[in-house]
Design a protein. Structure first.
Length: 153
């Protein structure tokens, strides 16, 4: 997403018109429009004023990512019942084809047994319920993944 789009979405999220922004900053509406269409850029002082007006940090304004915020909002709105109906393997296999084929290639029984042992261990040692144990194990796996990525594996 371009910087102009970041400005546009931050303004819209705050519920302001270009005219209102221009009035508050003492500039023309056309200037705001040019920022949002990437014709020009605000200087650093104007950028700071924009960030304050929009209620975000300057870093957030520059790196505003509507897609991530929309995804998070969609997750927050999705009930557990609806989530249970989604075939997540099928959905993610479009992006990661290995998910559609590994079941035919990998003998999963040993991995399943070891994962089950780890889940039971989390439940017993820490008193976590089943869903919490799954989430903790998922988070540990994500942490291992990030560590491996940093090492260049």
């Amino acid at each position: 997403m371009s910087l102009g789009n970041h400005f546009f979405h931050a303004r819209k999220k705050k519920g302001l018109s270009q005219e209102e922004v221009a009035e508050k900053l003492g500039i023309s509406r056309q200037t705001v429009s040019k920022w949002e269409t990437d014709e020009t850029l605000p200087d650093i002082c104007q950028s700071k004023k924009l960030a304050i007006l929009y209620g975000v940090s300057l870093d957030e304004l520059v790196e505003f990512d509507i897609d991530i915020k929309e995804i998070q909002e969609a997750i927050d709105r999705t009930s557990e019942e609806v989530s249970d109906k989604i075939d997540w393997t099928k959905a993610w296999s479009k992006k990661y084809p290995i998910l559609a084929r590994y079941q035919k290639e990998v003998d999963t029984s040993g991995y399943r047994a070891e994962l089950d042992r780890l889940l039971r261990d989390l439940e017993k040692k820490y008193g976590y319920g089943e869903p919490d144990s799954f989430l903790v194990l998922k988070d540990i796996l994500a942490s291992v993944w990030k560590g491996r990525k940093k090492k260049g594996r």
